[in-house]
Design a protein around this ligand. Sequence first.
Ligand SMILES: NC(=O)C1=CN([C@@H]2O[C@H](COP(=O)(O)OP(=O)(O)OC[C@H]3O[C@@H](n4cnc5c(N)ncnc54)[C@H](O)[C@@H]3O)[C@@H](O)[C@H]2O)C=CC1
Ligand SMILES: O=C(O)C1=N[C@H](C(=O)O)C[C@H](O)C1
Length: 233
Amino acid sequence: MKIALLGYGRMGKEIEKIAISRGHEIIIRKELNDVIDITLADVAIDFSVPDAAFNNISDCIKKNVPVISGTTGWLARYAEATAFCEQENGAFIYASNFSLGVNIFFELNKQLAKMMNSLEDYRISLEEIHHTKKLDAPSGTAITLAEGIIANSKKENWNLGEEISNKNIPIIAKRIPDVPGTHTVWYESEVDTIEIKHTANSRKGFALGAVVAAEWILNKTGVFSMKDVLNIR
Ligand SMILES: NC(=O)C1=CN([C@@H]2O[C@H](COP(=O)(O)OP(=O)(O)OC[C@H]3O[C@@H](n4cnc5c(N)ncnc54)[C@H](O)[C@@H]3O)[C@@H](O)[C@H]2O)C=CC1
Ligand SMILES: O=C(O)C1=N[C@H](C(=O)O)C[C@H](O)C1
Protein backbone atom coordinates (compact mmCIF):
# COMPACT_ATOMS: atom_id res chain seq x y z
CA MET A 1 0.00 0.00 0.00
CA LYS A 2 1.03 3.59 -0.57
CA ILE A 3 0.59 5.31 2.79
CA ALA A 4 0.32 9.02 3.62
CA LEU A 5 1.41 9.86 7.15
CA LEU A 6 -0.44 12.95 8.40
CA GLY A 7 1.85 13.86 11.28
CA TYR A 8 5.46 12.69 11.34
CA GLY A 9 6.25 12.96 15.02
CA ARG A 10 6.81 10.17 17.55
CA MET A 11 3.93 8.04 16.25
CA GLY A 12 4.42 8.87 12.56
CA LYS A 13 8.02 7.62 12.77
CA GLU A 14 7.02 4.47 14.66
CA ILE A 15 4.28 3.73 12.10
CA GLU A 16 6.76 4.22 9.25
CA LYS A 17 9.02 1.46 10.68
CA ILE A 18 6.16 -1.03 11.08
CA ALA A 19 4.60 -0.18 7.69
CA ILE A 20 7.90 -0.71 5.84
CA SER A 21 8.49 -3.99 7.68
CA ARG A 22 5.07 -5.16 6.41
CA GLY A 23 5.92 -4.30 2.79
CA HIS A 24 4.22 -0.89 2.48
CA GLU A 25 5.58 2.36 1.11
CA ILE A 26 5.39 5.77 2.78
CA ILE A 27 4.79 8.31 0.03
CA ILE A 28 3.76 11.37 2.07
CA ARG A 29 5.00 12.62 5.45
CA LYS A 30 2.85 15.67 6.21
CA GLU A 31 3.88 18.12 8.89
CA LEU A 32 2.14 21.36 9.90
CA ASN A 33 0.84 23.20 6.81
CA ASP A 34 2.68 21.16 4.15
CA VAL A 35 0.73 21.10 0.90
CA ILE A 36 0.23 17.52 -0.26
CA ASP A 37 -1.68 15.61 -2.93
CA ILE A 38 -3.46 13.04 -0.76
CA THR A 39 -5.00 11.35 -3.82
CA LEU A 40 -1.59 9.74 -4.51
CA ALA A 41 -2.08 7.56 -1.41
CA ASP A 42 -4.09 4.33 -1.02
CA VAL A 43 -4.68 5.15 2.64
CA ALA A 44 -3.85 7.93 5.10
CA ILE A 45 -2.83 7.57 8.75
CA ASP A 46 -3.32 10.67 10.90
CA PHE A 47 -1.36 10.98 14.15
CA SER A 48 -1.07 14.75 14.30
CA VAL A 49 -2.29 17.32 16.84
CA PRO A 50 -5.79 18.02 18.21
CA ASP A 51 -6.19 21.24 16.17
CA ALA A 52 -5.26 19.58 12.86
CA ALA A 53 -6.99 16.19 13.01
CA PHE A 54 -10.46 17.21 11.83
CA ASN A 55 -9.19 19.04 8.73
CA ASN A 56 -6.77 16.23 7.88
CA ILE A 57 -9.56 13.65 8.17
CA SER A 58 -12.15 15.65 6.19
CA ASP A 59 -9.63 16.33 3.42
CA CYS A 60 -9.06 12.57 3.00
CA ILE A 61 -12.80 11.83 3.02
CA LYS A 62 -13.47 14.61 0.48
CA LYS A 63 -10.82 13.14 -1.84
CA ASN A 64 -11.98 9.55 -1.36
CA VAL A 65 -8.88 8.32 0.48
CA PRO A 66 -9.60 5.94 3.43
CA VAL A 67 -8.33 7.45 6.65
CA ILE A 68 -7.21 6.07 10.02
CA SER A 69 -6.90 8.56 12.87
CA GLY A 70 -5.34 8.04 16.29
CA THR A 71 -5.07 11.70 17.18
CA THR A 72 -6.75 12.45 20.51
CA GLY A 73 -8.17 15.66 21.93
CA TRP A 74 -10.39 16.62 18.95
CA LEU A 75 -13.47 14.50 19.74
CA ALA A 76 -15.85 17.44 20.05
CA ARG A 77 -15.92 17.19 16.22
CA TYR A 78 -16.09 13.38 15.95
CA ALA A 79 -19.85 13.32 15.14
CA GLU A 80 -19.28 15.92 12.41
CA ALA A 81 -16.48 13.79 10.93
CA THR A 82 -18.58 10.59 10.92
CA ALA A 83 -21.59 12.39 9.37
CA PHE A 84 -19.33 13.79 6.64
CA CYS A 85 -17.88 10.32 6.02
CA GLU A 86 -21.39 8.80 5.65
CA GLN A 87 -22.47 11.65 3.37
CA GLU A 88 -19.43 11.27 1.09
CA ASN A 89 -19.41 7.45 1.17
CA GLY A 90 -15.90 7.57 2.62
CA ALA A 91 -13.96 5.20 4.88
CA PHE A 92 -12.84 6.24 8.36
CA ILE A 93 -11.61 4.70 11.61
CA TYR A 94 -10.85 6.63 14.77
CA ALA A 95 -9.51 4.84 17.83
CA SER A 96 -8.32 6.45 21.04
CA ASN A 97 -5.92 3.52 21.28
CA PHE A 98 -4.88 1.16 18.47
CA SER A 99 -3.10 -1.47 20.57
CA LEU A 100 -4.57 -4.96 20.71
CA GLY A 101 -3.97 -5.10 24.48
CA VAL A 102 -5.90 -1.91 25.19
CA ASN A 103 -8.80 -3.01 23.01
CA ILE A 104 -9.06 -6.19 25.08
CA PHE A 105 -8.71 -4.05 28.22
CA PHE A 106 -11.68 -1.93 27.00
CA GLU A 107 -13.87 -5.05 26.93
CA LEU A 108 -12.64 -6.23 30.35
CA ASN A 109 -13.43 -2.78 31.72
CA LYS A 110 -17.03 -2.95 30.44
CA GLN A 111 -17.55 -6.43 31.90
CA LEU A 112 -16.15 -5.35 35.26
CA ALA A 113 -18.38 -2.25 35.28
CA LYS A 114 -21.44 -4.48 34.79
CA MET A 115 -20.35 -6.77 37.64
CA MET A 116 -19.67 -3.85 40.00
CA ASN A 117 -22.83 -1.92 39.11
CA SER A 118 -24.93 -2.98 42.12
CA LEU A 119 -22.02 -2.95 44.63
CA GLU A 120 -22.45 0.47 46.18
CA ASP A 121 -19.58 0.18 48.69
CA TYR A 122 -16.99 0.50 45.95
CA ARG A 123 -15.66 3.88 44.87
CA ILE A 124 -14.46 4.00 41.26
CA SER A 125 -11.60 6.05 39.88
CA LEU A 126 -9.40 6.11 36.79
CA GLU A 127 -5.76 7.11 36.33
CA GLU A 128 -3.76 7.73 33.18
CA ILE A 129 -0.01 8.35 33.08
CA HIS A 130 1.76 9.69 29.98
CA HIS A 131 4.97 11.40 28.91
CA THR A 132 5.32 15.13 29.51
CA LYS A 133 5.00 16.05 25.79
CA LYS A 134 1.36 14.98 25.64
CA LEU A 135 -0.90 17.92 24.67
CA ASP A 136 -4.29 16.68 25.90
CA ALA A 137 -5.67 15.50 29.25
CA PRO A 138 -7.31 13.25 30.08
CA SER A 139 -6.03 10.83 27.47
CA GLY A 140 -8.37 9.59 24.75
CA THR A 141 -7.97 6.09 26.17
CA ALA A 142 -9.09 7.23 29.65
CA ILE A 143 -12.15 8.86 28.08
CA THR A 144 -13.02 5.62 26.23
CA LEU A 145 -12.63 3.69 29.50
CA ALA A 146 -14.90 6.17 31.31
CA GLU A 147 -17.49 5.95 28.52
CA GLY A 148 -17.36 2.14 28.75
CA ILE A 149 -18.14 2.33 32.46
CA ILE A 150 -20.91 4.93 31.98
CA ALA A 151 -22.62 2.71 29.37
CA ASN A 152 -22.60 -0.22 31.82
CA SER A 153 -23.30 1.35 35.23
CA LYS A 154 -25.24 4.09 37.02
CA LYS A 155 -22.41 6.58 36.49
CA GLU A 156 -23.41 9.53 34.30
CA ASN A 157 -20.24 11.46 33.55
CA TRP A 158 -16.49 11.80 34.12
CA ASN A 159 -14.35 14.70 35.27
CA LEU A 160 -10.67 15.51 35.24
CA GLY A 161 -9.43 15.60 38.84
CA GLU A 162 -10.24 13.94 42.12
CA GLU A 163 -13.72 15.37 42.74
CA ILE A 164 -16.11 12.53 43.58
CA SER A 165 -19.90 12.19 43.63
CA ASN A 166 -22.32 9.26 43.19
CA LYS A 167 -22.72 10.12 39.52
CA ASN A 168 -19.21 10.81 38.27
CA ILE A 169 -15.94 9.03 37.53
CA PRO A 170 -12.84 10.99 38.56
CA ILE A 171 -9.91 10.75 36.11
CA ILE A 172 -6.46 11.57 37.45
CA ALA A 173 -3.95 12.53 34.70
CA LYS A 174 -0.23 12.33 35.55
CA ARG A 175 2.65 13.40 33.33
CA ILE A 176 6.01 11.66 33.85
CA PRO A 177 8.92 11.78 31.35
CA ASP A 178 9.02 9.01 28.72
CA VAL A 179 5.95 7.02 29.85
CA PRO A 180 4.26 5.65 26.65
CA GLY A 181 0.84 5.19 28.33
CA THR A 182 -0.46 3.50 31.51
CA HIS A 183 -4.16 3.25 32.41
CA THR A 184 -5.66 1.95 35.66
CA VAL A 185 -9.25 1.51 36.81
CA TRP A 186 -9.81 1.14 40.54
CA TYR A 187 -12.80 0.01 42.59
CA GLU A 188 -12.02 0.68 46.26
CA SER A 189 -14.02 -0.22 49.34
CA GLU A 190 -13.12 -0.08 53.02
CA VAL A 191 -12.10 -3.74 52.95
CA ASP A 192 -10.42 -4.25 49.60
CA THR A 193 -9.43 -2.90 46.18
CA ILE A 194 -9.98 -4.27 42.69
CA GLU A 195 -7.58 -2.87 40.10
CA ILE A 196 -7.27 -3.47 36.36
CA LYS A 197 -4.31 -1.94 34.59
CA HIS A 198 -2.81 -1.72 31.10
CA THR A 199 0.81 -0.67 30.63
CA ALA A 200 2.21 0.09 27.18
CA ASN A 201 5.91 -0.83 27.19
CA SER A 202 6.57 1.20 24.02
CA ARG A 203 4.66 2.82 21.10
CA LYS A 204 5.05 -0.31 18.95
CA GLY A 205 1.62 -1.73 19.82
CA PHE A 206 -0.16 1.53 18.88
CA ALA A 207 1.74 1.71 15.57
CA LEU A 208 1.12 -1.93 14.65
CA GLY A 209 -2.61 -1.55 15.35
CA ALA A 210 -2.79 1.55 13.14
CA VAL A 211 -1.08 -0.23 10.22
CA VAL A 212 -3.32 -3.30 10.65
CA ALA A 213 -6.36 -0.97 10.58
CA ALA A 214 -5.03 0.70 7.40
CA GLU A 215 -4.62 -2.71 5.72
CA TRP A 216 -8.14 -3.72 6.85
CA ILE A 217 -9.99 -0.60 5.63
CA LEU A 218 -8.77 -0.79 2.03
CA ASN A 219 -11.73 -1.22 -0.39
CA LYS A 220 -14.32 -0.67 2.37
CA THR A 221 -16.66 2.26 2.91
CA GLY A 222 -18.18 3.37 6.20
CA VAL A 223 -17.25 4.41 9.72
CA PHE A 224 -15.56 1.63 11.67
CA SER A 225 -13.82 1.01 14.99
CA MET A 226 -10.99 -1.19 16.23
CA LYS A 227 -13.65 -3.66 17.40
CA ASP A 228 -14.46 -4.22 13.72
CA VAL A 229 -10.80 -4.52 12.74
CA LEU A 230 -9.94 -6.96 15.53
CA ASN A 231 -13.31 -8.73 15.31
CA ILE A 232 -13.83 -8.41 19.08
CA ARG A 233 -17.37 -9.46 20.06
N1 LIG B 1 -4.71 6.26 19.20
C1 LIG B 1 -3.51 5.79 19.60
O1 LIG B 1 -3.27 4.56 19.67
C2 LIG B 1 -2.46 6.77 19.96
C3 LIG B 1 -2.72 8.09 19.84
N2 LIG B 1 -1.75 9.02 20.03
C4 LIG B 1 -2.11 10.38 19.72
O2 LIG B 1 -1.54 10.69 18.45
C5 LIG B 1 -1.23 12.08 18.38
C6 LIG B 1 0.22 12.24 17.96
O3 LIG B 1 1.07 11.73 18.97
P1 LIG B 1 2.65 11.86 18.85
O4 LIG B 1 3.13 11.30 17.57
O5 LIG B 1 3.20 11.33 20.12
O6 LIG B 1 2.82 13.45 18.82
P2 LIG B 1 4.00 14.32 18.17
O7 LIG B 1 3.87 15.68 18.75
O8 LIG B 1 5.29 13.59 18.29
O9 LIG B 1 3.60 14.34 16.62
C7 LIG B 1 2.57 15.10 16.08
C8 LIG B 1 3.08 15.68 14.79
O10 LIG B 1 2.00 16.32 14.10
C9 LIG B 1 2.56 17.40 13.40
N3 LIG B 1 1.54 18.33 12.93
C10 LIG B 1 1.17 19.54 13.43
N4 LIG B 1 0.20 20.09 12.66
C11 LIG B 1 -0.05 19.20 11.66
C12 LIG B 1 -0.93 19.20 10.56
N5 LIG B 1 -1.75 20.22 10.29
N6 LIG B 1 -0.93 18.10 9.74
C13 LIG B 1 -0.11 17.07 9.97
N7 LIG B 1 0.77 17.04 11.00
C14 LIG B 1 0.81 18.08 11.83
C15 LIG B 1 3.53 18.01 14.38
O11 LIG B 1 4.48 18.82 13.73
C16 LIG B 1 4.15 16.75 15.00
O12 LIG B 1 5.32 16.34 14.33
C17 LIG B 1 -1.59 12.65 19.74
O13 LIG B 1 -2.89 13.19 19.68
C18 LIG B 1 -1.59 11.42 20.66
O14 LIG B 1 -2.44 11.57 21.77
C19 LIG B 1 -0.48 8.65 20.40
C20 LIG B 1 -0.17 7.34 20.57
C21 LIG B 1 -1.13 6.29 20.37
O1 LIG C 1 -0.25 10.81 23.54
C1 LIG C 1 0.09 9.62 23.67
O2 LIG C 1 1.28 9.28 23.73
C2 LIG C 1 -0.97 8.59 23.71
N1 LIG C 1 -2.18 8.97 23.44
C3 LIG C 1 -3.34 8.13 23.36
C4 LIG C 1 -4.38 8.59 24.34
O3 LIG C 1 -4.58 9.81 24.51
O4 LIG C 1 -5.05 7.74 24.93
C5 LIG C 1 -3.01 6.68 23.40
C6 LIG C 1 -1.81 6.28 24.17
O5 LIG C 1 -2.14 6.14 25.52
C7 LIG C 1 -0.62 7.19 23.97
